[in-house]
Ligand binder design. Structure first.
Ligand SMILES: C[S@@+](CC[C@H](N)C(=O)[O-])C[C@H]1O[C@@H](n2cnc3c(N)ncnc32)[C@H](O)[C@@H]1O
Length: 381
């Protein structure tokens, strides 16, 4: 029997976890698409932001950019290619928990040539601090300790950090646990007259998981009560302690700088308590909402709307659409818009490329999609 967060940790990052066994996260045609994977516009907006922050911080050198949950390195590759003012000072640290993805990220960056070296160092220990960042791009398994001067970024990381799940009962709060039945032993069907010598090996089939509710420990129940005091019996809330700890560690790693995260979520946990769990605890497979998270663990991503009131205070929240507008996405696409207007009746190849860029901008700012994600920014020092 495991607590839900332990079950989720194993389902995503365990030996047979979704990310570990090659679920295809964050890739076009993969299980879901993220902003950096749509094209380079999102990265260009981040690059412009880094140039501005570098200036605001007094043009530090090195200027350390740490990206949590860097996945396959796409954002890193495109940001490093587009920074201008801080170009020579940037030291980019990709932080990715899954070894195989870190390997893919290092290979992608090495191949792109942006790091100036064909080999991107992999240091599973995060010993980076102060001026001790010799390489232009490195990949590590955990957040650096710091102290750093720069920016910590994360796109769609917080929703992926395992969370606890509590349910309001008539008398208090209960916590969701998951019981995974022992793998059932199944005998393969044997056709008559067929040589069975190899087929008769008994093979395990995937075990089925089931929910078990137990009285929540006092501290977890107290937290749920504070976050959602008006929850009705049967209502559920996530407790996103790992996300809160990650944000706190990121803030502590900075001597001066910014933490900027993008994710779907809500301002207040209480909003989640009023909605069915299926609306905010989702699975993704092949870019579509998947099945119940307890079915076939390891075959789909499991994510949760981020409850921003559970994270350390001090963040400025804006929607992704607002943030990208402030970062200048309209002026970046102005030429493409003009070209498409002129040539839309008889589009040239250039006009079609302009159309693709406009589609990308529309997807990034879609008020019913990514545009409604939250950009959360903390200032340090
Ligand atoms: C939803 S994917 C987003 C990938 C990428 N940021 C993007 O936007 O395309 C989340 C990534 O975070 C990684 N991850 C999860 N927990 C992590 C942690 N504690 N530290 C670093 N990476 C983590 C996962 O392995 C996965 O690659």
């Amino acid at each position: 029997m495991k607590r839900f967060d332990e079950f989720m940790d194993e389902a995503l990052y365990g030996a047979s976890g979704f990310y570990v066994r090659g679920g295809r996260p964050a890739v076009r045609g993969g299980d879901f698409a993220t902003s950096p994977e749509l094209g380079t516009l999102f990265a260009q907006c981040i690059a412009g932001y880094l140039d501005r922050v570098w200036d605001e911080l007094g043009r530090p050198d090195p200027f350390v950019v740490v990206e949590g949950g860097a996945g396959r390195g796409t954002l890193c590759r495109d940001v490093v290619a587009h920074v201008v003012a801080c170009r020579d000072a940037v030291r980019y640290v990709m932080v990715e928990r899954v070894d195989s993805q870190r390997g893919d990220a290092r290979a992608a960056i090495g191949k792109s040539g942006i790091s100036g070296e064909s080999r991107v160092p992999d240091d599973s220990l995060a010993r980076i601090g102060d001026a001790d960042v010799p390489e232009r791009v490195v990949a590590v398994a955990d957040l650096p300790v710091g102290p750093l001067v720069g920016v910590v970024l994360a796109n769609e990381l917080l929703d992926n950090l395992p969370f606890r799940l509590l349910e309001r009962s008539a008398s208090g709060w209960q916590e969701v646990h998951v019981e995974r039945a022992e793998p059932a032993m199944a005998m393969p069907q044997v056709e008559e007259g067929h040589d069975t010598s190899e087929q008769e090996i008994v093979q395990p089939t995937a075990g089925r998981a089931a929910e078990v509710l137990r009285d929540a420990p006092a501290d977890a129940a107290a937290m749920a009560e504070v976050m959602a005091p008006d929850a009705a019996p049967g209502a559920r809330v996530p407790l996103q302690l790992k996300a809160a700890v990650w944000v706190r560690r990121a803030l502590r790693s900075l001597e001066r700088g910014r933490l900027l995260t993008f994710d779907y979520g809500v301002r207040r946990t209480a909003e989640l308590a009023q909605r069915p769990q299926s609306e905010w605890l989702r699975t993704y497979r092949s870019q579509r909402p998947g099945h119940d998270p307890l079915d076939s663990p390891g075959t789909a991503d499991i994510t949760c709307d981020v409850a921003f009131d559970q994270l350390p205070p001090g963040a400025t929240l804006s929607t992704q659409a607002e943030w990208l507008a402030a970062a200048g996405i309209d002026s970046m696409t102005a030429d493409a818009r003009a070209l498409w207007q002129r040539k839309r009746s008889k589009p040239t190849a250039a006009a079609l490329a302009a159309r693709t860029l406009l589609d990308e901008a529309a997807a990034l700012t879609d008020p019913d999609g990514m545009g409604a994600f939250w950009a959360a920014e903390w200032h340090v020092g």
